[in-house]
Write a protein that binds this ligand. Structure first.
Ligand code: GAR
Length: 193
């Protein structure tokens, strides 16, 4: 079976990027990570991509007149790499029509809460400080809104007596598995239909 081409969009640390890249390298996912798209030239995720020999498109939004301009360039590069699926993994920007129209139904995201609760930045801390007993991780299709779009998968994580740091560690481990399962679901579904 032909391997799908995934592009991962990330802005920071890249632990989800690395989990997906490793799962592809070990054939746990029938895909290759064909490209990292990164809007922050200082992000650690770029080092991770180099380790896996994955091409990187780095850009700085401030060097473009508009979001439409940089997304237009991104679309050209995605096409050059024959990308089938875009995975946002800590990509801290909203996506506009330029990408959404070109890759309709093919852009997914992961967020460290049980959406629709605790959208946006620092979701793990938001849930911890709110005092909820249960939080978790969500994967979803991407629309124009922040952390919005049809939910694909969710895993609940009880907070119990965890410290914030322990909760973060646990949530990130859950994220890595859920993202791999979600990508597999999408790839396998597409092979059937
Ligand atoms: C992850 O927890 C991801 O769910 C979150 O950013 C983190 C990136 O970590 N994304 C969002 O909050 C999206 N709203 P990573 O760079 O180590 O993968």
């Amino acid at each position: 079976m032909i391997k799908k081409h995934i592009a991962i969009f990330a802005s920071g640390n890249g632990s989800n990027f690395e989990a997906i890249a490793r799962a592809c390298a070990k054939n746990r996912v029938n895909a290759v990570v064909a490209l990292l798209v990164c809007d922050n030239p200082n992000a650690f995720v770029i080092q991770r991509a180099k380790k896996f020999d994955i091409p990187v498109f780095e850009f700085q939004p401030k060097n473009y007149a508009s979001k439409a301009d940089y997304e237009t360039e991104i679309v050209q590069i995605l096409k050059k790499h024959n990308v089938d699926l875009i995975c946002l993994a800590g990509y801290m920007r909203l996506v506009s029509d330029v990408l959404l129209n070109e890759y309709e139904g093919k852009i997914i995201n992961i967020h460290p809460s049980l959406l629709p609760a605790f959208k946006g930045l620092n979701a793990i801390q938001q849930a911890f400080e709110y005092g909820v007993k249960l939080t978790g991780v969500t994967t979803h299709f991407v629309d124009k809104t922040m952390d919005g779009g049809t939910i694909i998968g969710q895993v609940a994580v009880p907070i119990g007596n965890c410290t914030l740091e322990e909760l973060e560690t646990h949530i990130h481990a859950v994220e890595h598995e859920l993202y791999i399962n979600t990508i597999n679901k999408i790839i396998n579904y597409e092979n059937i239909t």
